[in-house]
Write a protein that binds this ligand. Structure first.
Ligand SMILES: *Cc1c(COP(=O)(O)O)cnc(C)c1O
Length: 336
């Protein structure tokens, strides 16, 4: 059944609208179109990030289903797990998380600092897993075990990426369109880092439902383009079907996989350069797993003259700076 966004169960977790700010000094340094940034790193929950918007809908659904705890999964330095753990605390739910040792060549304190430090602070119970498992299947199994033991667990998939969580980015799409209108901006493209797909899919579904023609460029942080497009499109269709009768075509899902580097959670020189550049030009902290690759992608596309410079470009900052502490040594060298 098609509903308006306001008719879905939702709790309040997010400082919103998040700011939409100009980046004149970064625009000048890159010599391309005028650049703007949507500050979803400042959603307000436990150092912020994009999962907070999704959790407004997921936690509401958990509460409606009578849950007393949430179960989720992510990589060790998962921003999603950290935000889920914080949201659970706010609503008196326990949080159980499975953390996958997905990233090779980790720093010595990788499993204690950054997001993991905050997970512990929120009282999360944690189980580690080796790399390469089907982590959603593992988390569902853990959920079933907890239910058998008498708990009322609610399963949240990795990244909060299902059609309930993606509603958070339908909401963000509407918010961006309101801000574009209020500020009389001419945005030619929106650029973001795309991972477990909920952010990209929700944004596309929301823009589509609102009748916007603004294209979205997803910079893949993990998968080859074809796989990422298929995954994003699947969730875009099912999310859009909740809010509009208009079908959405696969051509709306645009992905560039040229900035993944060696793999998930492994920044390359381009990622580190992008993080250092925006820090020194705009005082903004990106992260080495997602938004740093997203900005590296935007910089690369500006270099290729991909964007029409008569229109502005909006970078969606999805958060993640808490993970920087787990990558410290990669930045101390670059501090010249
Ligand atoms: C999870 C995450 C993303 C990717 O969002 P998805 O919805 O998983 O595609 C981007 N940036 C940061 C900082 C994240 O934590």
């Amino acid at each position: 059944m098609i509903k308006k966004l306001k008719d879905f169960p939702r709790v309040s977790l997010c400082h919103q609208p998040t700011a939409l700010e100009a980046m004149p000094r970064l625009s000048e340094a890159l010599g391309g179109p005028n650049l703007w940034i949507k500050r979803d790193d400042c959603t307000g929950l436990a150092t912020g990030g994009n999962k907070t918007r999704k959790l407004e809908f997921l936690i509401a659904d958990a509460i409606e289903s009578g849950a007393d705890m949430v179960v989720t999964q992510g990589a060790v330095q998962s921003n999603h797990v950290r935000q889920t753990a914080a949201a659970a605390c706010k609503f008196g739910l326990d949080c159980h998380a499975l953390l996958e040792r997905r990233v090779p060549n980790r720093e010595p304190d990788y499993e204690e600092t950054g997001n993991v430090l905050f997970d512990h602070m929120f009282g999360t119970s944690i189980e580690f897993r080796p790399a390469g498992l089907d982590m959603n299947a593992e988390a569902i199994e853990a959920t079933n075990k907890l239910a058998k033991a008498g708990r009322k667990p609610y399963f949240i998939p990795g990244g909060g990426s299902n059609e309930i969580g993606a509603l958070g980015y339908v909401s963000c799409a509407y918010e961006i369109l309101d801000q574009i209108k209020a500020n009389k901006l001419d945005i030619g493209w929106i650029v973001l880092a795309t991972g477990s797909t909920g952010t990209h899919a929700g944004l596309l579904a929301g823009l589509h439902a609102a009748g916007s023609q603004i294209p979205v460029m997803g910079i893949s942080v993990r998968q080859p383009k074809d796989k990422q497009i298929a995954a994003v499109y699947k969730l875009t269709k099912s999310t859009a079907a909740k809010i509009t009768e208009k079908a959405i075509g696969v051509e709306k899902v645009i992905v560039d996989d040229g900035y993944v580097g060696a793999g998930y959670g492994q920044p390359n020189q381009g990622t580190l350069d992008a993080i250092n550049l925006i820090a020194r030009r705009e005082g903004v902290l990106l992260d080495p797993v997602y938004s740093g690759k997203g900005l590296a992608g935007m910089i690369g596309l500006i270099g290729q003259k991909f964007f029409d410079t008569k229109k502005d470009v909006l970078f969606l900052h999805t958060g993640g700076a808490a993970a920087l502490f787990a990558y410290g040594s990669q930045f101390s060298v670059a501090a010249e």
